[in-house]
Design a protein around this ligand. Structure first.
Ligand code: SF4
Length: 138
């Protein structure tokens, strides 16, 4: 069982190999491979990705220092869009793709528009397809 927090259920669908450093990139690639054959358990707060991140301090995201509240808001909105709650166990991304498509316009406007990782996501064909279908920026 792989623990993942809400916003990672969205953002990791568009992973194209980038990350903070090589060990972090390899950890993400390994996690995505394992996720193909395992269940995801949704966490309320730091997950397996966060545990490997150099910016996790205790239970808080510090990328930047004041980011934890926004990250938790991203988790909340992601779970709202996907109609999921912490503790749920799902096959991911298979069980979330249709619901993500419905809610992606809101996600893109609230988060992708100002996200520093957007150039990386824009290398993912699935991301560009969703932006074209549902998520035009303002
Ligand atoms: S652009 Fe940022 S918020 Fe949007 S899906 Fe990518 S990582 Fe997530």
């Amino acid at each position: 069982m792989i623990p993942l927090r809400g916003h990672h259920l969205v953002c990791l669908q568009f992973f194209t190999g980038q990350g903070y450093d090589k060990p972090f990139q390899e950890m993400l690639q390994d996690l995505l491979q394992r996720a193909a054959g395992d269940l995801i358990r949704i966490t309320d707060g730091p997950d397996e990705v966060c545990q490997a991140c150099p910016y996790l301090k205790g239970e808080r995201c510090t990328h930047p220092e004041t980011s934890d509240a926004e990250i938790r808001e991203m988790d909340r909105v992601a779970l709202e869009i996907l109609s999921l709650t912490p503790g749920a166990e799902i096959k991911w991304p298979a069980e979330t793709q249709a619901r993500l498509k419905e809610g992606f316009g809101r996600w893109a406007r609230e988060f992708c528009e100002k996200c520093s990782w957007r150039p990386a996501c824009e290398q993912a064909p699935d991301f560009l397809a969703l932006i074209n279908q549902t998520g035009k920026f303002s």
